[in-house]
Design a protein. Structure first.
Length: 456
């Protein structure tokens, strides 16, 4: 999570390629950043030194699979997913330095296979998803490609389908007449039994949400749904429980808004405003489907803390993560579950093995001049709409994407995060970092005055 092109275009540092979901900037490139902040003898108004939390009792083995790097890493998206269909979870990542989608296979003995490039020659890949797009039983991959990291409205974006065949993957460009594409998600939107695609076109001053109708044999028909600059993610679910798939999205360029796109059938969608902030600097960085209350419907996580348009990208007190609870009939109640400087991405997962969804958050800019500020935290779900934040690690920093999943098959979710190193400090760099859960012990804790069992 997290919006790569937002980061890249706002800062304007590279012309190579990036979603964090990474999207174009709402502002022109600016110089300075944390290096400039550290040189200021008087700190800017509103600066408060970042956020810290109690150390987590959960124990992890930290590792960095994949090749060594010589350039600052630029990972825009990571996913814990089964890439090869063998029933085991792997890592799928978008790498802007390589302009590629890469696959890191976790072996049964706990080691990692050599990293494989699934598809390359992608200018700024922002998001990749495993899906059987042609219905042949093989796991394909669809990729959202920005095409340009600079803030413009050129027709440079694309959706690429990496079709799985016996000896590898075959590239198909299924959409290329659009502005920068930040996200693509697969689902049967028209109820005809095959997989269609929802597409978030971030653009710059102009963006839109599309859906691509699957016509079979690799052919797709483009349909316009709604417009808005800075579209980031398009998670699909039956949000209104009427039996079909709907779309939700966030527009972050001119406003800070979340919309539901109700599927009316016959390719038609109705737009519902779900969330709006009057703080235009809130910095919505993504939108993630979840079910924190375990009631069986689809809620949303809203990480906020993208402030890379600022010359001094210091953490703000309003940064953190919101839970948008689905209360039915296209209404969502909003609750802040964490305050965390520079929050850039969120991922739900059962970290403590108690059967409910917790949340992992990563930070892009939690004032790294203070080395004990965390770059990754987990938010414990205590039930009854109560949450508590625990500090996991402060190295590497500049994390913009995170995903949870059980890589070692022990029943507890592990964590994978990706680093996007664009500004100082340039120590504590990390490309793809993995936290593997170690054997859990159960200890009685007192949290907020309430005793509870927690796997540690």
């Amino acid at each position: 999570m997290n919006r790569f092109d937002s980061v890249m275009s706002r800062i304007g540092l590279l012309a190579a390629a990036i979603a964090i979901p990474f999207l174009a900037s709402r502002y022109p490139p600016m110089a300075g950043g944390l290096a400039a902040l550290s040189e200021n003898k008087s700190l800017p108004e509103g600066y408060h030194g970042g956020t810290k939390f109690p150390a987590s009792g959960l124990t992890y083995q930290k590792t960095s699979p994949g090749p060594s790097f010589t350039h600052p890493p630029l990972i825009t998206n990571v996913q814990v997913t089964d890439v090869d269909g063998d029933g085991n979870s792997d890592i799928l990542a978008c790498d802007v330095v390589k302009n590629a989608v890469v696959w890191q296979r976790h072996l049964e003995d706990g080691t990692w296979d050599t990293e494989k490039v699934i598809i390359d020659d992608l200018i700024a890949p922002a998001h990749a998803e495993v899906t059987d797009l042609d219905g042949d039983g093989n796991a394909d991959i669809v990729v959202a490609v920005l095409g340009n990291i600079w803030p413009d409205d050129g027709v440079v974006g694309s959706v690429v389908w990496a079709q799985r065949v016996q000896d590898g993957y075959v590239r198909h460009i299924i959409l290329d007449d659009v502005r920068r594409v930040a996200d693509v998600q697969a689902g049967d939107l028209d109820g005809d039994g095959d997989l269609d695609l929802a597409v978030a076109v971030f653009g710059y001053a102009r963006g839109e949400i599309l859906w691509l109708e699957n016509l079979a044999n690799g052919n797709f028909r483009k349909h316009f749904i709604t417009e808005g600059p800075g579209a980031i993610h398009v998670p699909l679910s039956d949000y209104d429980a009427d039996g079909d798939l709907d779309i939700v999205t966030v527009f972050s360029q001119e406003e800070e808004e979340v919309y539901g796109l109700e599927n009316l059938g016959n390719g038609e969608f109705r737009r519902h405003l779900l969330f709006r902030s009057h703080n235009f600097d809130l910095g919505i960085a993504g939108l993630v489907k979840s079910d924190l209350d375990g009631d069986g419907d689809a809620d949303l996580l809203l990480p906020c803390g993208d402030n890379l348009e600022d010359q001094n990208a210091y953490p703000q007190q309003y940064h953190g993560c919101f839970w948008l609870e689905n209360t039915g009939n296209w209404t969502f109640s909003t609750q802040r579950i964490a305050s965390f400087g520079g929050t850039y991405a969120a991922s739900p997962g059962d970290l403590d093995g108690d059967g409910d969804q917790d949340v992992v958050l990563v930070s892009m800019s939690n004032e790294w001049e203070q080395p004990d500020n965390p770059s990754i935290v987990w938010v414990e779900n205590l039930g009854e709409r109560k949450f508590r934040t625990w500090q996991l690690a402060n190295d590497p920093i500049h994390l913009v994407t995170v995903s949870c999943g059980d890589l070692n098959n022990d029943g507890r979710d592990d964590i994978v995060a990706g680093g996007l190193h664009l500004r100082s400090p340039f120590d504590r760099q990390g490309r793809i970092t993995v936290w593997i859960s170690e054997p859990a012990s159960v200890q009685q804790l007192s949290v907020g005055g309430t005793g509870r069992e927690q796997a540690r």
